[in-house]
Design a protein around this ligand. Sequence first.
Ligand code: LLP
Length: 418
Amino acid sequence: HIHGGFTAQTQFYGDSTPAELMQAYGSPLYVYNEDILRRRCRELTGLVDHERFEVNYSAKANSNPQLLSIVKEEGLRVDAMSPGEIHIELTAGFKPQDILYICNNVSAQEMRFATERGVRVSVDSLSQLELFGQTNPGGEVAIRFNPGSGAGHHAKVVTAGKKTKFGVSPDDIPTVKAILARHRLRLAGVNQHIGSLFMTGETYLEAAQTLMTIATSFDEIDFIDFGGGFGVPYKKLSGQPRLDLKELGKGLTRTIERFEAETGWTPRYHVEPGRYICAECGVLLGTVHAVKDVAGNAYAGTDLGFNVLSRPVLYDSHHDIEAYRGGDTPFGESTPVTVVGNICETGDIIAKDRMLPELIENDILAVLDAGAYGYVMSSNYNCRLRPAEVLIQSDGQPRLIRRADTLEDLLAPYGLAS
Ligand code: LLP
């Protein structure tokens, strides 16, 4: 079994076994591997060999400040989707100029939160451009365009094309120019994001080309940001191939070189991946508490409800699952079982009819590739406590990087003590 380039059982958990980690930090538990995180960062910073190529980590995928500081150490910049993300990124050590706030339907107050801290703002509608101009006359702004074609693993995460709320249409460029002029705004950059999770690069490269053409409608700008969406193979245990980064890198390099030859411009070029950086460095561990048969269907009842990992329920997403019975070697597949959580909804299913060993109580399940859009989308639904997060450091030792919620945490916002 290969996980994130490592043999899961021998290296992912460092010097510990999954059982030891859960004994120390509780179940369920998010576990991240530092080496895999660093490796993914380096693959992307090396994607395009160009002195003005930079990677913005899309921190919405996982904004644990300890992971953010590793990403920063690896030389990446970040994007932000909210004042909260800006706040946590500044706390993790990012400089304001290394953050891009990608606004979507925000208030003037939120825009000011960014500009007052020296964080660059990107707006994605004429209406928000107008608001930015009123709030920051004479300021600098970036604009998110909709290149007209999108890509993604589910309609809910395709963010360009005709069926999405995001981005300014290139048809509106004359109006954009009028608003910029009226408020004496300088266009600092253009950005886009076609959607989340592509496994081949064609649509991304086409959209990159389109964005460059859009950029040339304006005077020379500081940066062109092609967006994120780089996919990871969620079915790697059954042999799903990886995204061919070399090929994509070559394509981007060619596109950039052609652009520079034609325009003579020297902007910075950004990509903005979230998932690719952090999905594979994370595993969600949980415990089987009950096994049952309902009308001939086998169920394994676990503590892995959709309050802990919501992707399977929200998008029908597949996550590979490994089972452990003590030790650190996953045991084989033999029979279909539906893995469910402990939330009071029938839809609380993490994997349907999955081939797994015959499970018994206290078996441990490892849900793979859970580092992106896992913990950050967890909730306290059913007044469940969100789990702890642990980092397996490069020296093999585990380190707690977020404690689990406590019952006190549930009451505190109400001004009540336990
Ligand atoms: N840039 C922008 C403007 C975005 O909206 C996103 C993701 C990204 C970059 C990073 O996309 P990535 O490289 O991670 O694909 N919760 C969903 C994914 C939502 C993505 C939202 N936007 C999931 O679990 O699949």
